[in-house]
Design a protein around this ligand. Structure first.
Ligand code: GLN
Length: 314
């Protein structure tokens, strides 16, 4: 392994991905597949897929990259992008931009901070984003799905209704967060409608290739490279990437920045997606999670990727 390798366009991604797969597979048994969403609890821990999409249009894959999985909290980034487009800097009156240092579904800080979530990537923050979307557009669920289909270039991406139904039954913490923010007057729409939007976007199902593609606008300063379609300004793409770097992996964000050195977002389905602005996006899926709810092998795979390629934002 050459730790000082300089980024070049003739990087042998296929070889690097093969090495990564081999090196991370011992971790598959060490984490735990998410249990609190019953519909996801039986996903095999041995699944692994990794996809790299470059701005040149190349795609490199290894493992189960054709298989769809539940993207869960990764979807918060699409909702955030849509809301940011609609309300701009006014968004920061209702949600902060600091790391929480707490679990993604924590209630404690929210009480102390009077119903203003630390950032839009923890559950409370994303519930506020869902509320903002409900106030702005008639059908946020439709718009979010449309957005994912557009940014990934795959018009067949769907909601997984079994996962959504499962979360609606067991999502008591999310219900508590939404009601608490309602009591602080930071949720304006009916709580059930807000939760419905939130559970739906968490229940988007897609594969690692689609996931990597759908984040290319953040690797390309706000423009979808495949279609050249403008999504958000360069400055706002920068701000979203900054939030991914500081808050994208919850209370493990510092460790992720230290080990991987890329803006990224995780979900309890075991997916993580990261971007290197100006160059590429990379998605990985491995369902066994560590204590913070992030994929164990997924983080390790991304650490190996940036170490072996010498590519990171630093
Ligand atoms: N839908 C999940 C929840 O609300 C998302 C959590 C996650 O992926 N970290 O608990």
């Amino acid at each position: 392994m050459n730790e000082n390798k300089i980024a070049t366009d003739d990087m042998n991604y296929d070889k690097i991905l093969r090495e990564i797969y081999k090196e991370v597979s011992p971790l598959f048994n060490q984490g735990k597949v998410v249990q609190y969403i019953p519909a996801l609890s039986a996903v095999p821990a041995s699944k692994f897929g990794m996809a790299v999409c470059t701005l040149d249009g190349d795609v490199y894959t290894i493992g189960d990259t054709d298989e769809r999985f539940s993207i869960q909290s990764i979807s918060k980034v699409y909702a955030l992008t849509l809301a940011f487009k609609m309300v701009g800097e006014d968004m920061w009156k209702r949600v902060g931009k600091e790391p929480s240092g707490n679990p993604f579904n924590s209630l404690v800080q929210l009480e102390y901070e009077r119903g203003i979530p630390r950032n839009p990537l923890i559950n409370a923050g994303s519930l506020v984003i869902a509320d903002i979307l409900l106030s702005q557009i008639p059908d946020p669920k439709h718009e979010i799905l449309k957005f994912v289909r557009k940014t990934s270039g795959n018009s067949d991406i769907q909601y997984d209704n079994a996962v959504i139904a499962s979360e609606k039954i067991t999502g008591h913490r999310n219900m508590a967060l939404a009601h608490m923010m309602c009591s602080f007057r930071n949720i304006y729409n009916p709580v059930d409608d807000v939760l419905d939007v939130y559970f739906h976007h968490c229940g988007i199902s897609m594969n690692s290739i689609d996931l990597a593609r759908s984040f290319m606008y953040l690797a390309n300063h706000g423009v979808i490279p495949q279609s050249n379609e403008y999504i958000i300004s360069n400055s706002r793409a920068k701000r979203i990437n900054a939030l991914l770097l500081t808050c994208g992996l919850y209370d493990e964000s510092g460790d992720f920045a230290f080990r991987v050195g890329l803006p990224g977002k995780s979900g309890v389905g075991g997916g993580i997606v990261a971007v290197l602005p100006g160059k590429l996006s990379v998605a990985v899926w491995s369902p066994a999670l560590g204590p913070s709810g992030n994929s164990l092998a997924g983080i390790q795979a991304l650490e190996l990727f940036t170490t072996k390629t010498g590519m990171s934002v630093f």
